[in-house]
Design a binder for this molecule. Structure first.
Ligand code: HEM
Length: 412
């Protein structure tokens, strides 16, 4: 169907982007997951702030151009109205992530209170507890897989608690989350798409049941406030499922990758790991530098709603722009010596890894809390952490992260 076609075009664009490396020229559908995209980004930036691909997308490459597109009123996440264009990249509906105003404004407002800084502070104990339990078990073994035993279960347990998914449903919730999370990168095949749809339907059922329970007996959790928002008419009944899905998916793989990419960067730069071990109060700064240096989300996209220009490059209504977040974060015009990983960098927090403008990551305060708690706990409890084997990269393009990362501590 149309969505698969859009996915394929996106994949082609990526393969074109990566083909700029030079060593893969001519291989249209090359999946470059083992590679680092950063040399490619540097080549693209040298071509200009906005570069046209022969397969129909524009790519914004610099911090200035990416920021302008993300904040510009001429751009949207939906195709321009009345353009007859309907292609969308979403395999499943992810609520306001994929809506322009007025729906975006209305739906985001409903989800917002749960992520307010005041609320985030109240989550700290819970986040530290989940982190502590997982690390107790992993560190006891001496040798463990950072991804399977720590980075993957951690954020999904946090979000399950935060939403109010009972412990008895959490194992299934994790499985469904894994499947739906894989949709952020698009469907790989009709079978994959069918699996995603099935998981999505099952998640809807789970949330329907939980919402009904909360309506009868409200508690202090996100599901209870969503149930109330439906009753007050702020959210339509059929919009709730998509919003729950968004909160699950957006906060899951992304944070997994923050932790995995972060530990990998730290262990590959032992003097940086040492700095964190010596001073765990550096953890929040380290999180910002990890986000900048190896962004968990490498790209996002926008439609051009009105003819405009970005950094002197004209863009026509109806075209699509890929925002290369990971390239913006390595822009030497903004970050000195951008390929160096330095947890003491003073402007690391100016990365675009959480996007910018109206869609700026709603969960950023939670992601920062989880990242800080995870890196600090590892530095404090496993100062001799070391790789035990080569990490494996996930076969994804939009999300950048590891699937496996065997590590050991002195005992292991
Ligand atoms: C949106 C990144 C963690 C919830 C976004 C966007 C990015 C992003 C790039 C915007 C995409 C765009 O502009 O098109 C990340 C990263 C994370 C992370 C790198 C972890 C390191 C979380 C967490 C949650 C969350 C923990 C909450 C559970 C959301 C939501 C949106 C969003 C609800 C949609 C905002 C909107 O469209 O208005 N995130 N995210 N994210 N994120 Fe995150």
């Amino acid at each position: 169907g149309l969505r698969i076609d859009a996915q394929l075009r996106l994949a082609h664009t990526f393969s074109w982007v990566w083909a700029q490396r030079g060593d893969h020229a001519g291989r249209l559908l090359h999946w470059p997951w083992q590679h680092t995209p950063y040399p490619t980004y540097a080549r693209l930036r040298a071509q200009g702030p906005v570069v046209s691909s022969p397969v129909g997308f524009e790519a914004a490459t610099t911090r200035a151009s990416v920021g302008e597109v993300l904040r510009g009123a001429e751009f949207g996440v939906e195709p321009p109205q009345g353009s007859g264009l309907h292609e969308r990249f979403d395999v499943v509906d992810l609520s306001f992530l994929l809506r322009d105003p007025p729906d975006h404004t209305r739906l985001r407002r409903v989800a917002r209170p749960a992520f307010a800084p005041r609320m985030i502070r109240t989550y700290r104990d819970s986040v530290e507890q989940v982190c502590g339990e997982l690390l107790d078990r992993a560190l006891e073994r001496g040798r463990f897989d950072l991804m399977h035993d720590f980075a993957q279960p951690f954020p999904i347990r946090v979000i399950a608690r935060l939403l109010g998914v009972p412990a008895s449903d959490q194992a299934r919730f994790v499985e469904i989350g894994n499947t739906i999370g894989s949709s952020l990168d698009g469907a790989r095949s009709a079978r994959h798409l069918a699996r995603i749809r099935k998981a999505s339907a099952e998640l809807d059922q789970l949330f329907d049941r939980l919402l009904a329970e909360r309506r009868a007996q409200p508690r202090e959790d996100v599901l209870s406030s969503l149930a109330a928002a439906v009753d007050e008419g702020q959210v339509k009944g059929d919009e709730v499922g998509a919003m729950c899905r968004l909160l699950l998916v957006a906060g899951f793989e992304t944070t997994v990758n923050l932790i995995g990419n972060g530990v990998m960067a730290l262990l590959r730069n032992p003097e940086q790991w040492r700095a964190l071990v010596d001073d765990p109060a550096l953890a929040p700064a380290a999180v910002e530098e990890v986000l900048r240096y190896d962004s968990p989300v490498q790209t996002t996209g926008r439609w051009v709603h009105r003819d405009t220009e970005v950094q002197g490059v004209p863009l026509r209504r109806g075209s699509q722009v890929i925002c290369l977040l990971g390239s913006a974060n390595r822009d030497p015009e903004h970050f000195t010596d951008p390929d160096r990983f330095d947890v003491r960098r003073d402007n690391a927090g100016e990365h675009l890894s959480f996007s910018s403008g109206a869609h700026y990551c709603l969960g950023a305060p939670l992601a920062r809390l989880e990242g800080e708690v995870a890196l600090r706990a590892l530095a404090e409890r496993a100062p001799d952490l070391a790789p035990a084997a080569m990490p494996k990269r996930r076969r994804t393009l939009v999300l950048r992260g590891l699937s496996d990362f065997p590590v050991r501590t002195g005992a292991g």
